[in-house]
Each structure stands twice: as C-alpha cells, then as structure tokens.
Design a protein around this ligand. Structure first.
Ligand code: ATR
Length: 292
C-alpha cells in the first residue's frame, strides 16, 4: 500500500522548478485546500535539472498526488511521463502532473485552458476572429494552442526571432486555425485586422524593458491581454486602457491554470474568488517591495 492509499495520510501536492524562487502556487493551492476543508498540503520544491528524474521517483514514493512544473522542467519532464494529454503533447510542455495510485504519471498542460478561461471570464463574448500574438517562447505555444482550440480562425505570430514563430506555426498548423507569421517590425500594420492582441514576451515584466506600442491601428472593439502579471498593469495594458480598449491582465491565467490542476488532483474545481485574487495582489506587492 502506498502512502497515498492510507486514509490517515493527508493529500500532498507541490510545484517543482529551479530555482523555485517565489512561486505563487503554494498560496493558491493551500488557499483552496483550506476552503474545501481538505487536510492536505501544497509545497514548493527546488529541484536542479540533473536531479529531476531521481527526485520525481522520490516524490512518487512519498505519496504525492500531483505536481505543477515550472521553469526549467516543463519540456524535460515529458520524458518521465507515461501519458500526455493532447495539450501537453502539442504544446510540448507539461505544467501539471497527475500521479496515479499505481505510480504512473500523466502529464497535462493547463496553461492553454487557463489562458482561454481568463478571457472567457473577463468577456463572455470575446471575439474569435483574428488574434495577434507577440512572442514565440513556451508561453506563446500554450496561447496559440488555446486560441486554435477555442476556434479562433486566424492567429498571427510576431516574434523578434522569426524562426521561433515559424516553428510554432508549423507545429500548430493542424488544429483548424490559420497560423501565420509576421515580422516583429510589422506589428503596427498587423493590428488593423486584430480582434485580440496578446503579449507573451517578457517585455513589460518588472526588470525588463517595457513593450511600447502605438495601439492606434487596433479596432475599437479589440481586446488586449498580457500574460505578464508583475506588474499587474503593464505599459501595454495601460496604453490600451488609455485608448479606451478593453483589457485583461495576466493574473487570471495564473489562477485559472491552477484551478484546472487542483481539480485534476482533488476532484473539485475551486473558485477564482476576489479574495484569492486580492491575496495574490498583496503577495505581488510584498515581493515588489523586497526586490526594490
Ligand atoms: P517563455 O517560455 O516564458 O515564453 P522565452 O522562451 O524566454 O520565455 O520567450 C521570451 C519571449 O520574449 C520570446 O518571444 C522573446 O523573443 P526571441 O524569441 O526573439 O528571444 C521575447 N523577448 C524577450 N526580450 C525581447 C526584446 N527585448 N524584444 C523583443 N522580444 C523579446
């Protein structure tokens, strides 16, 4: 009998990364465990790349029910999975591991669903005509997959390094959406037909240069979203608001990807409450201060 089968052993889950830094996942999952009255625990675990395989085995033995996966393990961890869901397979990254009672591992990606849920919660009628996605890193892959699966007809990817955008377009071509690549310098022209603008680059993040764009060409009903959530209002979102455009910040994506992971492990989908969001905003403010 594994520890997990023992009724007196509290369910335990966690997040693995290196360095683990200040992960917000423990705050969210422990909040939901308490809210659901589940006597469990969610912990942050720093695991260097060379120890990943071995440490995973240890965590399985310890009776972990599941794990979130963050930088730099999201791609590497796939090799240890017994199964991958479609999102993890196509995006090429796992952010959620389900550890079955027999010790087998299912890798999922809830980032894409989290991104789409964030838009849907903010605006039920978000327009799914044409999206302009800035950036072509791992986050962009999840965003493009999510948009394609949500039925967006045309997705244009603009990235400083064109080859990375082309790789995403090639890998995600079979999902029904038209995935095109545009030069980084042509973003302004590409805005004209975009009903959704998404920043997936690291520009605008605390400590990084801002993403300064002239948003004039965007249609008046375009939605602008940033997956950066520190700061909560990036220069991009501020510029969009100043232009009278509707905006969605990146904190919701973090919360919603976590809701789907929690549900996979504990069987109940927790709420994205204002109380939790406030706690996260407070936490963001605190770490901003300690950085300053
Ligand atoms: P993640 O996996 O979190 O998406 P990443 O793979 O490091 O992170 O990707 C970062 C993204 O931000 C990339 O699209 C990167 O562009 P390149 O592919 O050309 O590197 C983009 N980015 C970072 N700094 C940038 C800058 N100064 N100007 C334009 N794009 C930038």
């Amino acid at each position: 009998m594994t520890l997990k089968d023992r009724k007196d052993f509290p369910p335990i889950a966690g997040v693995i990364g290196w360095p683990i830094g200040h992960s917000r996942s423990p705050l969210m999952h422990n909040h939901w465990l308490a809210e659901a009255g589940i006597e469990g625990r969610y912990v942050a675990l720093g695991i260097p790349p060379e120890d990943l395989e071995g440490e995973l085995k240890v965590l399985i033995k310890k009776g972990f029910r599941g794990l979130n996966v963050t930088i730099p393990h999201k791609s590497a961890v796939r090799a240890a999975m017994d199964r991958l869901d479609e999102a993890a397979r196509i995006i090429g990254a796992v952010n959620t591991i389900i550890i079955e009672p027999d010790g087998s591992l299912e890798g999922r990606n809830t980032d894409a669903a989290g991104f789409i849920e964030n838009l849907a919660q903010a605006r039920t009628e978000w327009r799914a005509r044409s999206a302009l996605v800035l950036g072509a890193g791992g986050a962009a892959r999840a965003v493009v997959y999510g948009l394609a699966r949500a039925g967006v007809e045309e997705i244009v990817i603009a990235n400083r390094t064109r080859a990375r955008a082309e790789a995403i377009a090639a890998d995600l071509a079979g999902l029904g959406a038209r995935v095109l690549v545009a030069e980084w310098e042509t973003i302004r022209e590409r805005m004209k037909g975009a009903s959704l603008l998404v920043n997936t680059t690291s520009l605008g993040m605390t400590g990084a240069p801002p993403l300064t764009l002239d948003l004039t060409p965007l249609p008046a009903d375009a939605l602008v979203t940033d997956i950066v959530y520190a700061p909560l209002e990036t220069e991009l979102l501020a510029a969009a608001r100043a232009r009278g455009l509707e905006t969605v910040d990146g904190l919701g994506m973090l919360i919603h990807q976590a809701r789907f992971a929690f549900e996979a492990w504990f069987g109940t989908r927790p709420a994205a409450s204002a109380e939790l969001r406030d706690a996260l905003v407070e936490d963001l403010k605190r770490t901003e201060k300690t950085k300053g």
